[in-house]
Design a protein around this ligand. Structure first.
Ligand code: C2E
Ligand code: MG
Ligand code: MG
Length: 671
């Protein structure tokens, strides 16, 4: 793209002279072609006219000058006929100085010649146009030759006419008249016409070319302006006017190249605002944008002429310091940045406290290529986000600790800001008695741009460690509740279950998030079931218990997921009083071949029922599981025997098909 812009700009923009030269060539070629075509056409037509005129003239003179018997023996014409020819010639004003005339018979014998030199020759060669005339064809042509073959001085433009000699009522060709004339004045007229035509053509083409030149140069100016605008768009962020990622990458490479020669260091800081999304959601995008502009302003003031401040997208900024003494300098610049952001920013009358996480990397200590430095600063920034510190400088240690995780964290962050990468698959949950589908569990998947479809196990732990899990939960909640609304509108009576992580349970903001999401999509709270795990509750027991109580009070259902895998199940069963238990699939799997496990499942179901808690069994993979759980009075079952997790449209189609089959009695357990 960029290359195309440059080449157009180069040829048309910076060198209009080049355009002039290049365009002149076809104009000149066209001019000479037209010139020669028109010239030869005029000449051919003129020669033809002369040919016809001469033919008419001799025809009218008829047998006054020549008769069939003159061709009997190949001897020259009798004197009276020669005199008749000469009389005819003088009548039309032709003499030996302007016309060379010969009359030949079929053998080329010269019967008459008006020039001395020709009379001396008994025969004339029978070739080319002479032969054609002897076969009855009139031929004319222009030649450059001597009129008088004996004199051989002064070649001239001559018209040659070859006429067959025939007599009325006789198809035979007796001989040919060969007339070679100067026609000086006619030739001059032709030349004059041709010159006039050439001049007109040249003037026409020149004015066409002159008219094209300003058009081309104004076009070139416009193209150049457009290309400059495009360049600005390609290199600068439109919101803040700061250099964007592309320009930063260019400047970073340039700085590294210089530093490589001068043995200096290049510093790179990535500055990411904390909780910007919250600000954006609360205050609206307009204020969010203004906040970003103000942050950009503060960063510019702080860095001044020491380096480049760029915006990489969203709430992510970068600071390039082309010449620093060592990694320690990064920490002090980072302190200055934190100090600059410490004062609340007032946006449309609202004071917003903003904090940032900053990651740093230096050339050559942490990488020799711009790309690597950016990646390492990114990793350091995520390490800062996950830690208590504002600033973390890259070190092999944080990287070797979990390089994939940190790189993946950067990707997840982008995935959360974009649409379509984070998707939900839905697994049906049904009654083992009626087989009817009651709800769908939303299970998150990540379409990673390079790694393909990732399962929760591939990224949930990383999301938890990097602090991105709450944003992920918000996203999943929104997608799931939106889906619940769509299914309600489509007449499908389904609840939706969403999994929460331990970290979601440590602050009360989740409550507002859930309530707002339900309201936004107009979904009644009882349609939503939130699945929490025992480990999740154990991490922050007090807040978790409080939060769960508040969520239940808001009408949302709570399920205790993977029940039986934790340590203090019974304690929390009492404290949380959830709506439902989900018996972990390890028990379900074991119960068909181990009677103790079957007993445990039976006791769990009974216990739950005695506390008015519903029970779902997970991991139902066989008909045997299904039947046993139904016999144990388990309320709901979920597992591959019923269906695997499906994409939303497939899940809806599956549910419809299943209820149709249930109505016709053609299915009991499995799909
Ligand atoms: P989970 O909540 O216990 O979800 C059930 C998991 O078991 C799903 O795996 C499901 O595909 C799988 N499963 C269902 N039926 C069967 C079966 O018959 N046999 C076997 N072997 N497996 C079955 P998935 O989707 O890989 O999810 C794994 C876990 O990741 C979930 O376990 C849940 O704890 C977590 N997870 C999934 N989505 C989210 C999410 O949006 N947020 C959070 N925080 N965690 C999630
Ligand atoms: Mg679950
Ligand atoms: Mg589970």
């Amino acid at each position: 793209m960029k290359r195309v812009r440059w080449s157009l700009g180069g040829v048309l923009g910076s060198t209009p002279a080049r355009f002039a030269v290049v365009s002149l060539v076809p104009v000149v070629v066209l001019g000479s072609f037209l010139n020669s075509a028109v010239r030869s056409s005029i000449r051919v037509r003129t020669a033809d006219v002369y040919g016809s005129m001469t033919e008419v003239m001799f025809h009218m003179a008829g047998d006054l000058i020549i008769r069939p018997e003159d061709f009997a023996d190949g001897r020259p014409l009798p004197a009276e006929r020669q005199a008749a020819v000469e009389a005819l010639l003088s009548r039309v004003g032709a003499d030996a100085g302007t016309l060379r005339l010969r009359i030949v018979d079929q053998q080329g014998r010269v019967l008459y010649a008006n020039q001395e030199a020709d009379r001396a020759q008994a025969t004339s060669p029978v070739d080319g146009p002479v032969r054609r005339a002897l076969h009855g064809e009139t031929a004319t042509r222009f030649v450059k030759d001597y009129l008088d073959p004996a004199a051989r001085t002064g070649r001239q433009d001559l018209i040659e006419i070859y006429l067959p000699i025939t007599f009325d009522g006789d198809p035979k060709v007796y001989g040919a008249i060969i007339a070679t004339g100067i026609n000086g004045s006619q030739i001059q007229t032709i030349d004059h016409d041709v010159h006039r035509m050439q001049t007109t053509l040249a003037l026409g083409l020149a004015s066409l070319w002159l008219a094209l030149l300003p058009i081309a140069s104004s076009l070139s100016r416009r193209l150049r302006r457009k290309s400059q605008e495009n360049e600005a768009l390609a290199l600068y962020d439109t919101l803040t006017g700061l250099p964007n990622r592309n320009l930063l990458a260019e400047r970073l490479s340039a700085a590294i190249e210089v530093a490589g020669r001068t043995s200096e260091r290049v510093g790179l800081l990535l500055v990411d605002l904390d909780r910007f999304k919250e600000v954006n959601d609360t205050l609206g995008h307009g204020r969010g944008d203004e906040l970003l502009q103000r942050v950009a302003g503060r960063l510019l003031e702080t860095i001044g002429r020491d380096g480049t401040v760029a915006r990489l997208g969203g709430d992510e900024f970068a600071v390039l310091l082309p010449s620093i003494e060592g990694p320690a300098c990064l920490a002090s610049v980072s302190d200055r940045i934190s100090a600059a952001l410490a004062d609340a920013i007032t946006v449309e009358g609202v004071d917003v406290d903003i904090q940032a996480s900053i990651g740093g990397a230096t050339f050559p200590d942490h990488g020799e290529l711009g790309e690597v430095l950016l990646q390492h600063a990114d990793i350091a920034m995520y390490a800062a986000k996950a830690s208590e510190h504002v600033f973390v400088c890259y070190s092999a240690e944080i990287d070797s600790h979990s390089p994939r995780r940190l790189a993946l964290a950067a990707d997840l962050r982008r995935a959360l800001a974009s649409n379509g990468q984070i998707v939900l698959h839905y697994q049906p949950v049904a009654s083992p008695v009626t087989g009817e589908v009651k709800s769908m569990e939303a299970l998150v998947r990540w379409h990673h741009p390079h790694r393909g479809l990732l399962q929760p196990a591939d990224f949930i732990p990383m999301a938890e460690q990097s602090g991105l899990i709450c944003n992920l939960t918000t996203k999943v909640l929104d997608l799931a509740v939106r889906q619940a609304r769509e299914w309600m509108d489509a007449g499908l009576d389904l609840s939706i279950a969403v999994n929460l992580s331990a970290l979601d349970l440590r602050s009360m903001t989740l409550l507002d998030d859930v309530v707002a999401t339900l309201a936004r999509h107009r979904v009644p709270p009882h349609r939503l079931e939130l699945e929490v795990t025992e480990t999740g509750i154990l991490a922050h027991p007090e807040t978790a218990v409080q939060l769960v109580a508040a969520l239940r009070a808001a009408g949302v259902h709570i399920a205790l997921d993977d029940f039986g895998t934790g340590y203090s199940s019974l304690t929390y069963l009492k404290k949380l009083s959830p709506d439902r238990l989900k018996i972990d699939r390890s028990f379900v799997d074991a119960m068909t071949h181990d009677s103790t496990d079957a007993e445990i499942v039976r006791s769990l179901i009974e216990l739950a029922h005695s506390l008015a808690i519903g029970v779902t069994a997970e991991g139902v993979e066989t008909e045997q599981h299904w039947n046993l759980l139904r016999d144990l009075a388990c309320d709901l079952v979920q597992g591959y025997y019923l269906a695997r997790p499906l994409e939303a449209p497939a899940a809806a189609a599956w549910v419809r098909e299943r209820s149709r089959s249930l109505r016709t009695g053609s299915v009991v357990g499995s799909a």
